[in-house]
Design a protein around this ligand. Structure first.
Ligand code: AMP
Length: 179
């Protein structure tokens, strides 16, 4: 159950629409499914508005594939800035940089499209869920390689117990919902 305590009514509604799916995608993982939340106009708007409100100063939003794209694009539109997708391998026609990183089980990579980030451009990173923080850490490393100045990270939901923010402790990480 999510913590409803301090939240305003539309955010409470959003929190109530997070669906817990046990043993997905592997036994032992409690997957926090945000699709019912995103499908609800009021809840999705409340989350995106709050993410935009919490956003540090930025000239560009970077979204992490793939669920992060949905929040990143909406937040960028609210902030009046552009959005750049950090993609899984094999998706981009022109790659500027890539990072390879360890997940709980196995490895993954993220790639930065060529020609989308200017040197020292202020970028905020957006994802749907902060879990162990490995993906967010890799995204920050990738943007750093690309010359960006990371001003912070925004997530819709943080799984606090996994302490993912400790892996990106030198960045300002803001979460709208926590559990
Ligand atoms: P992380 O462990 O922070 O690197 O999480 C990797 C990605 O997997 C994040 O971008 C989340 O979208 C997703 N993720 C990890 N754990 C969960 C979970 N329990 N529920 C929902 N999404 C998750």
């Amino acid at each position: 159950m999510l913590e409803y305590g301090e939240l305003a009514a539309p955010l409470k509604r959003a929190a109530s629409l997070v669906r817990d799916v046990p043993d997905y995608p592997r036994p032992g993982i409690l997957f926090r499914d945000l699709t019912p939340l995103m499908a609800d106009a009021e809840a999705f708007a409340a989350i995106v508005d709050k993410m935009a409100e919490k956003a540090p100063k930025a000239e560009l939003v970077a979204g992490i594939e793939s669920r992060g794209f949905l929040f990143a694009a909406a937040v960028a539109a609210r902030l009046g800035v552009g959005v750049v997708p950090l993609r899984k391998p094999g998706k981009l026609p022109r790659v500027a940089h890539s990072v390879h990183f360890a997940l709980e089980y196995g490895f993954d990579s993220l790639e930065l499209p060529d020609g989308c980030v200017r040197s020292l451009e202020r970028v905020v990173v957006v994802d749907d869920v902060l879990a162990t923080g490995g993906t967010l850490k890799a995204a920050c490393e990738l943007l750093h390689k690309g010359g960006a100045l990371i001003t912070g990270a925004l997530v819709a939901l943080e799984l606090v117990g996994l302490r993912g923010r400790d892996r990106v402790a030198h960045h300002d990480v803001q979460a709208v919902l926590t559990v």
